[in-house]
Design a protein. Structure first.
Length: 146
């Protein structure tokens, strides 16, 4: 019986590590795709910020429950940020399973595109969540700070 529990624990650790690696890979891929779009219009490249990453991960989990720029507790989406900066923005998306599809979805939406191309933004956080028993399964958040 001990071997079974050790095996389950080992599998759980591997799955957790794989999810974390996938989320980090997704964030880097979204960053690269966004910076390609920004370069086309002469906007400076964004860089990932750790605190924005954490906040975007929180928001990605929240939009599973309530797909809105309002948080489930009724507060503004930017209350997730400890440090707001001079300007900030949020993009949310759901339904697509890859960074490329999601960035394309954002670029085809005027408001989301404006955030991506805003030259005042300097930092980015990307959150991703997957929920099998939800409407859209894949949930994405971008948090921008200038």
């Amino acid at each position: 019986m001990k071997k079974f529990f050790l095996s389950v624990a080992a599998i759980w650790l591997l799955l957790t590590a794989n999810v974390a690696c996938a989320e980090e890979h997704f964030a880097i891929e979204v960053l690269n795709l966004v910076n390609v779009e920004r370069a086309k219009v002469g906007a400076p490249p964004l860089r990932l910020a750790g605190d924005l990453q954490q906040a975007a991960d929180i928001r990605a989990q929240e939009i599973i429950e309530l797909f809105s720029h309002t948080r489930p507790d009724g507060s503004d989406c930017f209350t997730v940020l400890e440090r707001r900066g001079n300007t900030c923005g949020e993009n949310i998306a759901a339904g697509h399973g890859t960074p490329a599809e999601t960035v394309e979805q954002w670029m085809n939406s005027e408001g989301h595109r404006e955030n991506i191309l805003n030259p005042d933004f300097r930092e980015l956080g990307v959150g991703y969540a997957y929920e099998d028993y939800s409407t859209y399964h894949h949930y994405w958040v971008q948090l921008f700070r200038g």
